[in-house]
Design a protein. Structure first.
Length: 335
């Protein structure tokens, strides 16, 4: 089981965290121990080859060094490089932090590793009995190594079951639409938005206390108290969602369709050009129309008229000689 704890930072800031208790820490420890045993078995198989050559002292020395590296070096190196996590803690979503909420360093990991090997689990810990008893007696589930190193194991994966609905609650939609939100200041709306975004990170009593205070401030400004049976966060969510909806409606530009009575330009209608220096207008012939009307349909381009193929021109008839004989010239002298 896990419970929420308070950590006070060096700047006197109280942090609400979920301290990991015996169940989750024990399961993470079992995963780490399984990995350590596998590493020791592999090391024993390798060292058995050294014993085969008859050098038992060297084999014993290498075994002790390997044992210390696996049982102490593994958690120390892992928590130093990953800022407080081993493979088992990664699988369970746990992390080791300092008592003030900061990340652990090498000295914290070293103290925890040595205390875990000699006191909590193996040498004097009676296979983890000391760690179990200490965790059960500690309000935050801390073992001896945590007290010596000044650390705490917390849960990073917080369940989202308490995350409230930050949109418009359906049952308050009509009620919120009747509110007068013109007097709601921006700073108070921002405070409500920040509160709603952090409710999943706070304790239930903190959520209720902060929500009640903000709800009273909002109610005094807009003149609408919290309806009976409605939680404070739901009341604030409805007010904020309605305010956001109205702001979005104001931002949408209204489409202008021209002055009353203006008709859109129809296809085939004559178009009157504007006078020089005036914007081009369209609509009624010769009447300017406000911008925003639908652009008139382009006039159809005139189609070329099919001309008939010219007929061939008949040749001009040559003059025919007269049928009557031409009279002789009376002035012609006789021969």
């Amino acid at each position: 089981m896990e419970q929420e704890s308070e950590l006070v930072t060096g700047e006197a800031v109280v942090l609400d965290v979920r301290a990991a208790k015996l169940a989750s820490r024990g399961l993470a420890m079992m995963l780490d121990v399984a990995l350590q045993l596998i590493a020791l078995v592999v090391a024993m198989l390798v060292l058995s080859q050294v014993t085969a050559f008859g050098d038992e002292a060297l084999a014993l020395t290498l075994f002790l060094v390997t044992l210390v590296l696996v049982m102490v070096g593994y958690p120390v190196i892992s928590e130093t490089l990953t800022r407080g996590r081993t493979l088992g803690k990664m699988a369970l979503g746990l992390r080791v932090v300092r008592a003030d909420g900061g990340p652990v360093r090498f000295r914290h990991a070293l103290v925890r590793g040595l205390a875990g090997f000699f006191v909590d689990f193996w040498a004097l810990g009676m296979l983890g009995a000391v760690a179990v008893v200490t965790s059960l007696l500690s309000p935050n589930g801390r073992r001896v190594g945590d007290y010596l190193a000044g650390t705490l194991v917390i849960r990073e994966r917080v369940p989202a079951s308490r995350t409230p609905y930050v949109g418009m609650p359906p049952r308050l939609a009509y009620w919120a639409s009747q509110l007068d939100l013109t007097r709601l200041p921006n700073d108070l709306a921002l405070a409500v938005r920040q509160y709603l975004s952090r409710t999943s990170e706070l304790r239930p009593e903190a959520v209720e206390a902060l929500g009640y205070g903000l709800a009273q401030q909002v109610a005094s400004v807009i003149g609408a108290p919290v309806p009976p049976g409605v939680p404070s966060w739901e009341y604030l969510s409805a007010v904020l969602a309605e305010r956001r909806r109205r702001d979005q409606e104001k931002l949408q530009p209204a489409v202008q369709h021209g002055p009353p009575g203006a008709q859109p330009f129809a296809a085939g209608q004559s178009f009157a050009p504007a006078a020089p220096g005036q914007p081009v207008a369209y609509g009624q012939p010769g009447q300017p129309v406000a911008y925003g009307q639908p652009y008139p349909q382009p006039l159809a381009q005139p189609q070329p008229v099919a001309q008939p193929y010219p007929q061939p021109v008949a040749p001009v008839a040559q003059p025919q000689p007269p049928s009557e004989p031409v009279p002789e010239n009376p002035f012609t002298p006789p021969s």
